[in-house]
Design a protein around this ligand. Sequence first.
Ligand SMILES: Nc1ncnc2c1ncn2[C@@H]1O[C@H](COP(=O)(O)OP(=O)(O)OP(=O)(O)O)[C@@H](O)[C@H]1O
Ligand SMILES: [Mg+2]
Length: 257
Amino acid sequence: MLLEVKDIHVHYGKIEALKGISVEVNEGEIVTLIGANGAGKTTTLKTISGLRPLSSGSITFDGNDISKMPGHQRVVAGLGQAPEGRGVFPGMTVQDNLLMGAYTRSGDFSADLDEVYELFPRLLERRTQMGGTMSGGEQQMLAIGRALMAKPKLLLLDEPSMGLAPLIVQQIFSIIEEINRRGTTVLLVEQNAQQALKLAHRAYVLETGQVVKSAPADELLNDPAVQAAYLGGGAAHDLVEEAAGAPGSASVPEEPA
Ligand SMILES: Nc1ncnc2c1ncn2[C@@H]1O[C@H](COP(=O)(O)OP(=O)(O)OP(=O)(O)O)[C@@H](O)[C@H]1O
Ligand SMILES: [Mg+2]
């Protein structure tokens, strides 16, 4: 197992945003976290990358307990992140943004740059353009490319499809698939549940700081309760109740409480 998140609790002040989340990612997988606004997806990723402290629980990565490791050391250990909202350096060229991604490493990065440019031909065309003047989709490509420059074992992606046109979303998702095919494990957070479930091997459904379901992605794609709540399949159905209550009753929505 590459990543084991075990029963983590995370607070913002007195508010408990994560109430005992457990997530596992095996080497070679694409795992996705789906769930509504405020469910705790971004907080989970930030806690894994070291931007939020744990109140309790543990995170093991590549055989080591990283629960208390500072964020920059987690990057060196092989955790790469393209943050929500992208975080491109606006006043730096595309190429310099990419080179910033390799700041934890030493040596010659030309082969890595070549690989990123091969995955994202648009970035090659625009390599001397300022990051801040790139379009939304291009900045997302740049954020992913920069994360890849650190040669991560696990790539954490927070809503790579956010705000992008369907055609660009399609492109980004197929590049994520290619990145995975070339050997990088991926933990993907998405509100675009349909697309994420088609791409991923396994998925976790988060609701109000808890995991309410985990299963192979294709199973969740065909799960009536998941369809109703996250795939535009009708009235929302509370998965918390289902997780706590009678198993196997998911296909018959109950009256709202
Ligand atoms: N900096 C913060 N200060 C206080 N509360 C926060 C902060 N960041 C997040 N929260 C709260 O923590 C909870 C989880 O937020 P989080 O950003 O992890 O959700 P999310 O699943 O990523 O949602 P979205 O799909 O909207 O991005 C929410 O209730 C949110 O209001
Ligand atoms: Mg979020």
